[in-house]
Design a protein around this ligand. Structure first.
Ligand code: NDP
Ligand code: PYC
Length: 338
C-alpha cells in the first residue's frame, strides 16, 4: 500500500481552507494561507506546503496568532507603504498592500513594503512572483526565531532568515531564488524528525556544540549558516533590514517573546520592488537582452536556473495533483476535529 495520499490542487486548497476556517480563521486569512500552502505543495516545496497547516493551527490554538486580524495600511511616504498585521499571519497583509507597492514602484522606480507585527511562516517566492508578474524586479527578507549560530560561535542568534529575489522575464518563467541563510530550513529539520531520517552533514550542532545529523539534537542545539561567515553576514543583514530598520523584532526578540510556546515567529518583513522601465531610462528591452545573455550563459553549459525544479513540479502538479505522506495527511485531518 502506498504511503502517499494524492489530492487534486482543488482538493488540497479546499482541505487547507476548511482546516483554517474550522479553527476560527477569517475567510480572508484562510484563503490567503490556503493559496500559499497549496502553491508550495504544488511546487514540491515540502517544508512550506501543507505541512505548515500544523504549525499555523498550533500557533493559533496557543493563543498567539489572531486568526481574524485585519491588516491596516499606512501610506508612509512616496517610497514606503507600511502595513500592520496586528498579530495575524503575514500573507493577508502582503496581499492588502501589494497594489499600493506596485503603484508606488511604477511612479518612482523603487519602493518598499514594510510589514510589521506579523506571524510569518511562509516561503517568500509567492510574493516575489506576484511582483515579477507585474514586470517588476523584487527582493524580500524576513527574520524568524533565533535558532542559528553565527559563524565561529555556538549559540543561536539569527533566524533562518530567508532572502528571495526575482527578475521578470516577460513570456517566460521569472528568474527567482529563495533560500534560508541557514544551511537547511527549520521546516526541513522538522520533516527529517517526522520521517526519522538523518540531516545532511554540516547543518547543525547539538547542545554541546558538537556536529550532529540527528534532527532532535539539532532542534535543541543550534543550526549553522550556509557558506560559513558569508551566510552569517547575510543573516545579520536580514536582522538589520527586516528587523532593526523597520523597527520590528529581531529573531532573538521573537524567540524571547515566544517564551517556549513553540509558535510561529512574530516580527516584520521587508519587500523591495524595482521598475526596469524607470531604471533603464525607458529601455527595459535592452536590459532584458543583457539578462537573457546571462541566463543563456548559465543554462547552455548544463547548469540550471534557480526555481527551474519548482516550475517543473508546478507543471506536473497541475495534472497529477499533489502527494502527501499518509501520516501528514492524517495529522492534517485531525485538525478538522475540534
Ligand atoms: P533550497 O535550498 O531548497 O533552495 C534554495 C534556492 O536555490 C531555490 O530557489 C532553489 O530552486 C535553488 N536551487 C537549489 N538547487 C539548485 C541548483 N542545483 N542550481 C540552481 N539553483 C538551485 O531552499 P531553503 O531550503 O533554504 O528554503 C526553502 C524555503 O523555506 C524558501 O522558500 C524560504 O522562503 C522558506 N523559508 C521561510 C522562512 C520564514 O521565516 N518565513 C525561514 C526560512 C526558510 P528550486 O526551488 O527550483 O530547487
Ligand atoms: O523553515 O526555517 C524555516 C521557517 C521559519 C519560519 C518559517 N519557516
Amino acid at each position: 500500500m502506498s504511503d502517499l495520499i494524492n489530492l487534486s490542487l482543488d482538493q488540497a486548497y479546499r482541505l487547507s481552507s476548511d482546516v483554517l476556517t474550522s479553527n476560527g480563521f477569517s475567510e480572508a486569512h484562510a484563503q490567503a494561507i490556503a493559496r500559499t500552502v497549496t502553491s508550495g505543495q504544488a511546487d514540491e516545496c515540502h517544508s512550506h506546503g501543507l505541512y505548515r497547516l500544523l504549525v499555523c493551527v498550533k500557533s493559533m490554538r496557543e493563543g498567539q496568532v489572531d486568526p481574524q486580524a485585519l491588516p491596516t495600511l499606512s501610506d508612509r511616504c512616496a517610497g514606503i507603504v507600511a502595513v500592520d498585521a496586528h498579530r495575524g499571519y503575514s500573507l493577508l497583509s502582503f496581499e492588502t498592500a501589494l497594489p499600493v507597492l506596485v503603484r508606488k514602484t511604477r511612479q518612482i522606480g523603487v519602493a518598499a513594503m514594510v510589514i510589521n507585527n506579523c506571524y510569518h511562516f511562509s516561503a517568500l517566492w509567492p510574493e516575489i512572483e506576484a511582483l515579477t508578474a507585474q514586470g517588476l524586479a523584487a527582493l524580500a527578507l524576513t527574520p524568524s526565531h533565533s535558532w542559528v549560530a553565527p559563524a565561529g560561535g555556538s549559540k543561536p542568534v539569527f533566524g533562518t532568515n530567508p532572502i528571495a529575489f526575482g527578475w521578470p522575464r516577460p513570456g517566460r518563467d521569472p528568474f527567482v531564488f529563495d533560500f534560508a541563510t541557514s544551511a537547511i530550513a527549520r521546516g526541513d529539520i522538522e520533516l527529517h524528525r517526522r520521517a526519522n531520517s538523518p540531516l545532511p552533514e554540516g547543518c547543525a550542532i547539538d547542545s554541546d556544540g558538537q556536529p550532529t545529523t540527528d534532527a532532535l539534537a539539532a532542534l535543541s542545539g543550534a543550526m549553522l549558516t550556509f557558506g560559513g561567515h558569508k551566510g552569517s553576514a547575510l543573516a545579520a543583514m536580514v536582522e538589520l533590514l527586516a528587523g532593526a530598520l523597520i523597527n520590528d523584532m529581531t529573531s532573538m526578540e521573537s524567540m524571547a517573546f515566544d517564551a517556549g510556546v513553540g509558535a510561529t515567529p512574530l516580527h516584520g518583513e521587508l519587500i523591495l520592488a524595482f521598475d526596469p522601465q524607470l531604471f533603464s531610462n525607458g529601455k527595459p528591452e535592452e536590459g532584458a537582452q543583457r539578462a537573457q545573455a546571462l541566463f543563456d550563459g548559465i543554462v547552455q553549459q548544463g547548469a540550471r536556473l534557480p526555481s527551474q525544479r519548482r516550475y517543473e513540479a508546478r507543471k506536473r502538479s497541475k495534472d497529477a495533483g499533489i502527494f502527501l505522506p499518509k501520516a501528514l495527511y492524517e495529522d492534517i485531518l485531525k485538525l478538522l476535529d475540534r
